[in-house]
Ligand binder design. Structure first.
Ligand SMILES: [Fe+2]
Ligand SMILES: [Fe+2]
Length: 178
């Protein structure tokens, strides 16, 4: 069984965000696998390989988390989400912590321990269940309201949130105090 497993209970009802969350779960699992390997006959080469693997997965985790956070933040801006600032601050705090750990790891001051990986897992799960679910509910309501007014179907809007702005969107912006 994987260290952290995405299931429907983590869905935020925004397909693109769900896919990105699944990718983040995968990367945390890769980190966990890299330290969970039982190698009774480890050699210098195998230890170096392991450190290289951890370094490249950490790089990808930082890059992909930043990409994912940008996606969510662009939705929040597009739809004038009231909790944008606090949600963005949570993202930034996480990136700062992971970047600090990444630097410490690369400079040999920290090991990639189970505690670090558990922190990543717990943070992601907790963030999805709170901040991201709230955002998902907001975006779904926004989308449904627009469809009701515009007559657009769910299939047409599956990639939502959308880039183009319609008049109902603008009305929702003003309702949100933007
Ligand atoms: Fe988020
Ligand atoms: Fe997220």
């Amino acid at each position: 069984m994987a260290f952290c497993e995405w299931d429907d209970s983590y869905s935020v009802e925004v397909p693109k965000a769900d896919r990105q969350h699944q990718r983040l779960f995968d990367l945390i699992n890769q980190l966990h696998e890299s330290i969970a390997k039982d190698e009774p006959e480890a050699t210098v080469d195998s230890v170096v390989d392991e450190l290289d693997t951890i370094e490249s997965v950490l790089d990808e985790l930082v890059d992909y988390a930043s990409h994912h956070f940008s996606t969510e933040e662009s939705y929040m801006l597009e739809y004038a989400y009231a909790a944008y600032a606090s949600h963005k601050a949570a993202h930034e705090h996480f990136v700062q912590r992971v970047c600090t750990f990444q630097r410490d790891f690369e400079e040999g001051r920290a090991l990639c321990s189970i505690e670090i990986i558990r922190f990543l897992k717990d943070w992601l799960e907790n963030h999805i269940r709170t901040f991201d679910k709230q955002l998902g509910i907001f975006l779904s309501a926004n989308r449904l309201t627009r469809e009701r007014v515009s007559g657009r179907t769910d299939r047409e809007t599956d990639a939502a949130p959308h880039s183009e702005m319609t008049s109902p969107d603008r009305r929702l912006r003003s309702l949100n105090g933007a």
